[in-house]
Write a protein that binds this ligand. Structure first.
Ligand code: NDP
Length: 387
């Protein structure tokens, strides 16, 4: 760690991860400093954050929202930027040490890519980056010497547990899943769930898209793909167990049968902080486990019939190539339609499967091809709804 504060660029600062990141920075006693904040269009919150944090740069990705925003509350020395390209500029700034990639969806890929191309340390919350382009992204990081650190709580847990052995000693990793709000729902009950029901998560407080993904267990499907590329695992080394309390964040089993897990209350500040301090352990604002009270930890196998997203995620992880990008885009489009009241909850995953099965698979796509297929899959998803 440098002797000066670690300079952090927070992309997606107005979201759930972004807001927790700002709390971690505020509690760091000056060890961490936010030098840049960026969001899409929530200018009111962005300006309020900038007033508190006093970054050097503020960016609004949506140019129209930027034009309408009231920037007057910003101190004159703060540089103001607008448009999606501004994010790619911010992440490459010389004084940025760590980029927190906390934009939701495929919109996060370009800025994460630019940060890795500039050789930065990236604290990656945007799992879609690895789902879409895992092999290309990890290769780029290796070429530029950039570091990719997980923020997703499951992947942070695996990253921490992996410190207990050598890569060749890992037998399998086990991702834990809360099971979401519908863990005990019958198929008949699942057929009737509303948007409001799906947005009521029992343990985690997340943005709307990620909350719906958790309810369908597509979130876990995407995490299987993320883990495959992040830790260079074979697809059959990745398993999922349901753990409704969300305290065990994931487990690693080594060849001798030892299982190492990471435990903490369900709160993203701890994995964010672990990434921001680049693996150093420090006191911070994350809540602690109270071991003076009875702690129940249940682990059970997932019901893959009621939650078919898991099988689809495993297939996409095994296929590689363009499968992850197409699955991700179809899911983003389908969740958007569900949130708009135009698609039943139980149709989200079947629609995604239909789009993945219909796409022109390419085992070795370029980044440009992945973006083309991202667009194609969104259109195809909408077509699917009308057929
Ligand atoms: P939110 O929906 O709460 O926040 C999304 C953020 O991204 C907002 O700041 C939003 O800005 C910004 N954003 C959206 N689109 C764009 C765009 N095109 N350009 C620039 N900024 C954009 O999401 P979460 O914080 O829940 O999730 C963020 C990422 O982290 C996701 O990939 C998710 O899977 C992952 N993650 C989240 C966890 C959680 O607990 N929330 C846990 C683990 C991973 P604006 O507010 O202006 O729209």
């Amino acid at each position: 760690m440098p002797n000066r504060p670690t300079n952090v660029a927070v992309l997606g600062s107005t979201g759930s991860i972004g807001r927790s990141t700002i709390e971690v920075i505020a509690a760091s006693g000056g060890a961490l400093r936010a030098v840049a904040l960026a969001a899409r269009s929530n200018c009111e919150l962005l300006m309020e954050q900038a007033g508190r944090v006093r970054p050097r740069l503020v960016a609004v990705a949506d140019a129209e929202a930027a034009a309408k925003a009231d920037w007057s509350s910003l101190p004159p020395e703060v540089e103001r930027l607008a448009g999606a390209e501004a994010l790619e500029r911010i992440v490459a700034e010389a004084d940025v040490d760590v980029v927190v990639a906390a934009i939701v969806g495929s919109a996060g890929l370009r800025s994460t890519w630019a940060a890795l191309a500039a050789g930065k340390t990236v604290a990656l919350a945007n799992k879609e980056t690895l789902v879409m382009a895992g092999p290309l992204v990890t290769r780029l990081a290796a070429e530029t010497g950039a570091t990719l650190l997980p923020v997703d709580s499951e992947h942070s847990a695996i990253y921490q547990a992996l410190q207990a052995g050598r890569p060749e000693e890992v037998r399998r990793v086990v991702l834990t899943a809360s099971g979401g709000p519908f863990l005990r729902h019958t198929p008949e009950q699942l057929a009737c769930v509303t948007v409001e029901d799906a947005l009521r998560h029992p343990t985690w407080n997340m943005g709307p898209k990620t909350t719906v993904d958790s309810a369908t267990m597509m979130n876990k499907a995407l995490e299987i793909i993320e883990a495959r590329w992040l830790f260079n695992l074979a697809p059959q080394q990745i398993e999922v167990v349901v753990h409704p309390q969300s305290i065990v964040h994931s487990l690693v089993e080594f060849v001798d049968g030892s299982v190492i897990a990471q435990l903490s209350p369900p709160d993203m500040k701890l994995p964010i902080q672990y990434a921001l301090y680049r693996g150093e352990r420090r006191a911070g604002p994350a809540p602690r486990l109270d071991l003076t009270r009875m702690l129940q930890l249940n682990l059970e196998p997932p019901d893959e019939e009621r939650f078919p997203a898991l099988g689809l995620g495993r297939e996409a992880a095994a296929a590689g190539g363009t499968a992850g990008a197409v699955l991700n885009a179809a899911n983003e489009a389908a969740v958007g339609q569900f949130l708009a009241g135009k698609l039943p909850f139980t149709q989200i995953v079947p629609v995604c499967r239909a789009v993945v099965e219909r796409h022109p698979f390419d085992p070795h796509p370029t980044l440009a091809r992945l973006f083309e297929l991202d667009r194609w899959a969104r259109e195809e998803t909408l077509q699917c709804l009308n057929c």
